[in-house]
Design a protein around this ligand. Structure first.
Ligand code: KG4
Ligand code: ZN
Length: 334
């Protein structure tokens, strides 16, 4: 019998709940916190407070939207980490309360594994094994995925995540937080070769994105000395140059990982999976190098509880549960 699972995600600045029922995700509710907009980034304490305010209505919507009574639940799942500790604790405590009240098991889900397992919410689903480039505001990893429960990190960033690089360079250019989506939009109107930025090549399958932030900062600072309007006059070309360097670095390592493993099934996950240039570059490899590419629907790329629910259903089937003493962890081991 397919389980009925309520899943809760509170790792960063989205309060989200989803219900898995009859073998699929049936509701996916996300409340995006707007309180951080004025601060140029997520303010952890404000995130925790907003989760506390949002969690009851979000869970109620997820249950009502799927015609689920709490008594019908077979398990309750929560994101155990990685993420902001105070934010994770809201979801974890809420899930524990539900599990106690309804006498059902608890499932602790790894946020990054859930991003990967978002590929199993809807068709087309990748066959195993496949490679997954997981790109978000907090992570940049290349994973080798053997099955829903077995994934290995082949490479990862040594400093900033690629989403962070988008947001920080966007901030230098005066874009509002998060800069990624707007930088992507402007880049499509610019010339990517007018202002070339360096692409760091790390050993093995690792990445480094902190250098481009400094390169953009110094370049812009020097240009502004001669022309205070420099950013305004060249915004689209600057965005295009940054986008070319960032996507170039991602694609370089992904191609090396494909060559090394011989696995041509390539998936992407996380907020930066929405990026237009990354999608074009991946689709180019379909024709050029016979890759099979998997890009989830946008609502399942950014943080959501549907992916946590899908992951939890795999854990439920495998009998993997946690106890009431489970603690959320900001750095949750993979
Ligand atoms: O996965 P996500 O929603 O949250 C985290 O777990 O971090 O990813 C958010 C990140 C932000 O850095 C945002 O700027 C970036 O994804 N992002 C984009 C685009 N859409 C979102 N970056 C580049 N191009 C986009 N179109
Ligand atoms: Zn995420």
């Amino acid at each position: 019998m397919s389980p009925v699972i309520l899943a809760i995600e509170t790792s960063c600045d989205e309060t989200a709940a989803a219900v898995f029922k009859q073998g699929k995700v049936v509701t996916n509710i996300v409340a995006t916190q707007s309180v951080h907009k004025n601060y140029g980034g997520v303010v952890p304490e404000m995130a925790s407070r907003a989760h506390l305010q949002n969690i009851v209505p979000v869970v109620n919507d997820a249950l009502a939207g799927s015609n689920t009574n709490p008594e019908d639940l077979n398990a309750v799942a929560f994101t155990q980490g990685p993420g902001l500790l105070g934010a994770l604790m809201v979801g974890a405590s809420f899930a524990k309360g539900m599990a106690l009240a309804y006498d059902i098991p608890l499932i602790g889900v790894h946020h990054m594994k859930a991003h990967v397992l978002a590929h199993f919410i809807d068709e087309p689903m990748p066959e195993f094994p496949f490679l997954c480039l997981t790109v978000s505001g907090g992570h940049t990893q290349i994973l080798r995925v053997e099955d829903p429960l077995t994934m290995e990190i082949m490479g990862q960033t040594c400093d900033d995540a690629v989403g962070e690089a988008y947001d920080k360079t966007g901030k230098i250019l005066g874009l509002p937080y998060p800069g990624g989506p707007l930088l992507d939009e402007y880049a499509q109107k610019g010339n990517p070769d007018k202002f070339p930025f360096p692409q760091t090549n790390m050993p093995n399958f690792d990445f480094s994105f902190s250098g481009i932030k400094t390169a953009v900062l110094y370049f812009v600072r020097d240009q502004i000395k001669a022309n205070p309007q420099f950013i305004d006059e060249h915004l689209f070309d600057l965005c295009a140059g940054i986008q070319k360097a960032l996507v170039g670095m991602l694609m370089q390592k992904l191609k090396e990982a494909v060559a090394h493993t011989g696995i041509k099934r390539v998936a992407i996950a996380g907020g930066v999976a929405a990026n237009s240039a990354l999608r074009v570059a991946l689709n180019d490899e379909v024709g050029k190098s016979e890759w099979e590419v998997f890009i989830p629907e946008f609502q399942y790329c950014t943080d959501n509880a549907a992916m946590v629910a899908r992951a939890a259903a795999f854990y439920y089937d495998a009998g993997i549960f946690v106890n009431q003493d489970a603690v959320p962890m900001a750095r949750f081991p993979f």
